[in-house]
Design a protein around this ligand. Structure first.
Ligand SMILES: [Zn+2]
Length: 425
């Protein structure tokens, strides 16, 4: 058996077994008793519903995985990639166009296969739990906008990579790294004013108590208020959230309209202060740095596998090509990618604690932050007791109970005479 084929099958099946194990452990880890911290925002019925919701979403993702993994394995073993490549070679002469056709067909196929699962999740599960506000029209429009964006952004990046590897010899990986990074930064910079408005409407805060208090807080923290927006999240879901995005002049803090509707002004201010914390602690730039370094690592390893005959044999390919190398390499890169993502999540969870501490220290109401987090979890039916393995592999935020416990300690300090502990970073 081809050694690359063996490695890729082990990676695919190993990942499937690992994911399945994590999901099953996570379901079994659910506590039958409501954690005491949540006694004031859940009743027995709501808590039972949150567990039922977890069960249904987990079951859907297990079913999807159990269907898609054998499908991918069969596609590899039956020479599906060669079939697509034969079509691309007949349709175009130039390598870049062949590559775009090859990638386009595979992208559309995987996108279409995923639609039924996404429909089921949105219109059956989310609907059943009262979250769904997405109309069929919005759903279809989102899909098309996603395709156009992926075609444009993905197409430009994919074509550039093919071109560099075809022309730049041993420097190709470095040039790819530089070009992709520059493009990534450009997209990240313009996304808040070009891409995100394609999906949602962003409005500057309305006049009122909330705006006044935010202005007062922002003045003290030397943060520009014009970067705070509300977003019409309610057109898709009743779930609520807030986030900080972008850098430079287009950076902004976004509060979901659903969040503003259900939280008190103090809770909203604590949450906003948390987002300001992400800005002040330069978390976005740190995340970008990590992503730039991991992109460099990826291109460096990719260069070693371009036009590797053994790898192409594993996929039953008649011809080697740069564009197909990118796809086949992605299969091999899976485990490295997983390690990168685990480290990224680890870092992100640390940033969340930092932002929570920033909110507690600068707005001075850890109690409101706790109340806000509890309400968010209850409204979104979040899993209060995820399995540590699930957290380790997939959580970008710490489990809410751990955040509450850490904030509670800060509250103890804030209430006492040791305020100086809160003012040191
Ligand atoms: Zn955060």
């Amino acid at each position: 058996m081809n050694i690359y084929l063996l490695i890729i099958l082990i990676i695919l099946i190993g990942k499937y077994i690992l994911d399945l194990t994590i999901e099953v452990l996570n379901l079994r880890h659910v506590s039958p008793e409501l954690p005491a911290e949540f006694a004031d925002c859940y009743d027995a019925e709501r808590y039972r519903r949150s567990q039922q919701y977890l069960k249904e979403t987990t079951r859907l993702s297990i079913i999807a995985d159990s269907l898609l993994t054998p499908l991918i394995v069969a596609f590899i073993l039956l020479g599906g990639f060669n079939l697509v490549d034969t079509f691309a070679r007949e349709a175009a002469e130039a390598d870049i166009w062949r590559g775009l056709i090859f990638a386009g067909i595979l992208f559309m196929a995987s996108s279409l296969i995923n639609i039924p699962f996404s429909v089921y999740r949105t219109f059956i599960i989310e609907e059943r739990y009262g979250f769904n506000r997405t109309t069929v029209k919005t759903f279809i429009l989102d899909l098309f906008k996603g395709w156009v964006l992926a075609g444009l952004i993905g197409g430009i990046v994919f074509a550039a990579i093919i071109w560099f590897f075809a022309t730049a010899g041993s420097m190709a990986w470095l040039l790819c790294w530089g070009a992709v990074t520059a493009f990534q930064l450009f997209i990240l910079f313009i996304a808040p004013v070009t891409i995100m408005p394609l999906f949602n409407k962003f409005t500057p805060l309305e006049d009122g108590e909330l705006k006044l208090k935010i202005e007062e807080y922002a003045r003290k923290q030397d943060f520009k208020i014009k970067g705070v927006f509300t977003m019409d999240a309610s057109r898709r879901s009743t779930k609520s959230n807030a986030y900080f995005t972008g850098f430079g002049r287009f950076r902004r803090i976004v509060l979901f309209d659903t969040l503003i509707k259900r939280h008190t002004v103090d809770e909203l201010l604590s949450i906003l202060a948390h987002e300001v914390g992400h800005y002040k602690k330069r978390h976005i730039m740190k995340n970008v740095l990590v992503s730039v370094l991991s992109t460099g690592l990826m291109f460096f390893i990719l260069a070693l596998f371009i036009n590797n005959r053994g790898l192409f044999d594993a996929f039953r390919m008649s011809h080697t090509s740069i564009y197909a190398s990118l796809f086949f390499f992605a299969f091999l890169y899976g485990p490295v990618d997983m390690v990168v993502s685990i480290m990224g999540n680890l870092l992100s969870r640390r940033f969340e604690y930092e932002a929570d501490a920033y909110s507690a220290r600068t707005y001075g109401q850890p109690g409101s932050m706790i109340a806000g987090l509890k309400k968010l979890s209850a409204d979104n039916l979040s899993n209060l007791t995820p399995h540590p393995l699930k957290v380790f592999f997939t959580y970008s935020h710490p489990p809410v109970l751990e955040r509450i416990r850490v904030l509670d300690q800060l509250r103890g300090i804030a209430g006492g005479s040791k305020k100086e502990l809160l003012t040191s970073d």
